[in-house]
Design a protein around this ligand. Sequence first.
Ligand code: PMP
Ligand code: GLN
Length: 378
Amino acid sequence: IATKFPTMGTTIFTVMSALATERNAVNLGQGFPDFECDPKLTEAVTEAMRKGLNQYPPMTGITPLREAVAAKIEAVYGRRYDPVSEITITAGATQAIITAVLAIVKPGDEVIVLEPCYDSYVPNIELAGGKVVRVPLVPHSFRPDFAKIAAALTPRTRAILINSPHNPSGTVWTREEMLQLQDLLAPTDVFVISDEVYEHMVFDGQPHQSAARFPGLAARSIIVSSFGKTYHVTGWKVGYVAAPAPLSAEFRKVHQFNVFTVNTPMQFGLAAYMASPEPYLQLPAFYQRKRDLFRAGLANSRLKLLPSEGTYFQCVDIAEVSDLSEAEFCKWLTTEIGVAAIPLSAFYGDGFDQRVVRFCFAKKDETLRAALERLAKL
Ligand code: PMP
Ligand code: GLN
């Protein structure tokens, strides 16, 4: 057929997971836990189903879940969002991001993305008819370069997409960096889509600098998060958006027609489970231990460890191990060594290759050990 998307391929996560399965490799590529969620959470969902909570919920999400999300944001970041007009439950962060983009980007609008960036951002902007303006993060350190961001701003800039903690690099924006962004945007009408799906995975005692903490950013931001990451249930595809009422109203105009609403029993289960903050409060220590286990296992290898300040990703420099491109290296590593990884070049529009690949450490200790045993050969 005459395809509408002649250059659009298949997402790298699907490609690498398929190869990992085919080659029986340890899959540290696609980011998802290989362990179970808390049984209390599945019980809460089962309970909701048994109670007959199985029909359409309200378009914006059930009230108890919106209230629980608002209470959590206020407790953690100190900003009050009205659960009625400012919180919307979404079908994961993926739907939240495309809905936000469709809601605010008009054909011809410029939208800034900071590369490397999550692989749905660019196609989302293109689907909305927007013009993608790619600004690189500093290679290897992955810190924002505010001179470059400032230079990319024009009167046609409609929005900027930011993501901290950052996939794929694992960097976490500092308070100073958030303040710099706030100052830079102060004289503009630019919206921010702040992808904070890894908000509860920040290590070494650092706080997560949500856009919600910065009044000048919060006023212009659609903040996106995902229960999939926080509660180890990526397959449930439930997330949320927090945004000031006028922005939420625009968001909901699209949301009602691209998904309408999100499955009911999961929402009730999540609302009940959120009554306790313990699960997300324990998450940094839980993942920091896995990060440290994985890093210790690679400490003597020729894969050079980059910092991992947050998320469940660890990047490594492959230059001492191989001359292959990142993408070829990941294929080779999967087929010959038996460990799947993701090339960072997949997160750049031009395929920029800096000899860095990403591993996911959201895995059972035994899975990590099995991978480390194989990687020790390098
Ligand atoms: N943004 C980022 C940065 C992610 O890593 C992911 C998950 N891979 C998503 C969005 C999508 O989240 P969800 O699974 O909730 O749609
Ligand atoms: N967010 C996950 C990652 O970065 C994967 C999501 C997906 O498979 N689309 O690995």
